[in-house]
Design a protein around this ligand. Sequence first.
Ligand SMILES: *Cc1c(COP(=O)(O)O)cnc(C)c1O
Length: 455
Amino acid sequence: MEKKPFERPLIKRLNAGMPGKFGIHSHIEPLREIDGVLVKDLIAEHGSPLYVLSESALRRTFREAYQTFSTRYPRVQFAWSYKTNYLNAVCNVFHQEGAWAEVVSGFEYEKALQNGVPGSQIIFNGPDKQEKDLRLAIKNGSLIHIDHFDELYMLLELAGQGTGTPKVAIRVNMDTGIYPRWDRFGFNYENGEAWEALNRILLSEKLELVGLHTHIGTYILTADAYRAAAAKLASLATGIEKKYGKVIQYIDLGGGFASKNTLKGAYVPGTDAAPSFEEYADAISSALIKSEIKPDNLPLLILETGRAMVDDAGYLLGTVLANKRLADGRRATIADIGVNLLFTSFWYQHEVLPAQDVSQHTEETTLYGPLCMNIDVIREAIDFPLLKKGDHLVIKRIGAYNMTQWLQFINYRPRVVMIDEAGKPHVIREREDLVHLIRLEKVPEHLQSPKQKKQ
Ligand SMILES: *Cc1c(COP(=O)(O)O)cnc(C)c1O
């Protein structure tokens, strides 16, 4: 009789049908298509891994946010946070919807200009504005949000050089009950620094103070933090009016609304934990309307919502490369999606779904990426069905930050596709190739041949 290969016996927990913290585990429903296009067709046409963005989802979320705020406050303007996703197709969807641009570097500023955004509709944030960037921003009449006194002094210097009067706001940091506090950006409210910066600007008469800005943090799970922030900026605005008779044009509350992703270690899923646009809008509008600002002087409300605007519209598709058992018996599934393509896997417990029918028998599985690096883990422990080599999977809610913080590492970065409102996929960024990657490299003459140097 032929001897069968020995397989070590394993005792493992059965998860199917077992109640968890929130009751009976829900049925795993595969995600077979995005906006009517089959995942397997997208991968067959564009390769794996693949980023997919839904234009309908982008527009739907933008309209929902705009509608929610503009029904609660008279004048609202969104500005698209470039660093959250600066692929031109994405930016232009938001610009078509009426968003201005919010940029934090000379590079992003150039990108916004190239997308055709008028200079007067570019908000220039961040601690790193070079002199040449500021000159250009002044010339274009952009809204410069001053981060520190050194920037203020540089602007005062440039203002005297005939390039036009800089339009400025200051970024204010403050205690909103969110800790750790983001006090490294802008001028502090509580210690009087913000008020001092405003006095210097108004006394100099060389800069035009147009607004007040804050960005209190990111993934803020309580709308009350925005209530506090709006109230503090409103009190600065009334202080300015009282002392200088100057009415500011806008209050900019930055970004930071939570998306529906679940943070690692969170007890409740993000879909339940994240406040809705209504909750944020209620808090902000009520603080502004109840403030001492006179009704005729109510400023334009600017919002720089990033992740909550774009996360849901993005998907990362991939393919299973292999399954194996770890030394302790745990199941490991290896897919072609590395952490270099999913930067947010370091803090989110991303929702991963199979793209085809699967057995409902799940097992705790570690989901690895393809990189030859121990840290390449997409999910440490996910209750997952067995996917075979070649099966596809989909990671949900990856539209924010992954297409800007991605790293070219070990592999080429894949294509990005946007599915339009009629269900037609368009390539919006090509897969990288060797020509693209080595274009910036230079090899000194003596290293141009791989042959060993003669002794
Ligand atoms: C990053 C950033 C945003 C967007 O933040 P989200 O948390 O993604 O909404 C908005 N404004 C400024 C100044 C930023 O730095």
